[in-house]
Design a protein around this ligand. Structure first.
Ligand code: AMP
Length: 186
């Protein structure tokens, strides 16, 4: 059971990933968390990534790609995982394809979180993380819209996309995802 989450910030990906971890034992691989931790601990990666994160921009692929390879290695190439926050564009998606092919673990599903921009901006304002000023929130949502189109096309062509209405209650979103995963025989 290997799944990628795609959706704007504030669409509930982290919440659903936590449920998949708790209930189905998936390993959580979240690039946002790893980057924030790197910034807090002041590693070379954190120092390089911080200015981009503060501006609500994507951290350059070269930094993030190596980090993800290392993340899979650190978790001993898990058989069951949820990837949250990566890939964010088609180039990163091709990188994931290559990485998973190399370790012989193809994706089972890509969950696409559908939700209005205004709803997610409001949610991001409410959670008040350091990188969530309203201006940054709007920039991050716009950036998502711009880069997600190509990413979604990439996965649609592989017939992997499963859409969920991310404005639905948490348990409803969860059962939609869980159903899809079990339909895939996982
Ligand atoms: P997130 O918590 O997933 O929204 O990530 C927080 C921030 O980390 C983003 O706004 C980006 O600056 C950076 N980031 C996380 N994942 C990626 C990625 N796959 N590619 C580039 N930047 C990323």
């Amino acid at each position: 059971m290997r799944v990628v989450f795609v959706g704007p910030p504030g669409s509930g990906k982290g919440t659903q990933a936590a449920l998949l971890r708790e209930r189905l034992g998936l390993t959580y691989l979240g690039t946002g968390d790893v980057l924030r931790e790197a910034v807090v601990t002041g590693t070379p990666l954190g120092k390089a990534a911080a200015p981009y994160m503060e501006r609500g921009q994507l951290v350059p692929d070269t930094l993030v790609n190596d980090m993800v390879t290392e993340l899979f290695r650190r978790h001993d190439h898990p058989q069951k995982f949820v990837l949250d926050g990566y890939p964010r564009n088609a180039a990163q998606a091709r990188r994931v394809d290559a990485l998973l092919k190399e370790i012989g673990l193809p994706l089972c599903a890509v969950v696409l979180f559908l939700i209005d921009d205004e709803v997610v901006v409001k949610r991001m304002m409410a959670r008040q993380r350091a990188d969530d000023s309203e201006e940054t929130a709007r920039r991050r949502v716009k950036l998502y819209r711009d880069s997600a189109r190509e990413l979604v096309e990439h996965y649609r062509s592989q017939n992997l996309i499963h859409e969920v209405n991310a404005a639905d209650p948490i348990e409803q979103v969860y059962s939609s995802i869980a159903k899809r995963l079990s339909a895939k025989g996982n």
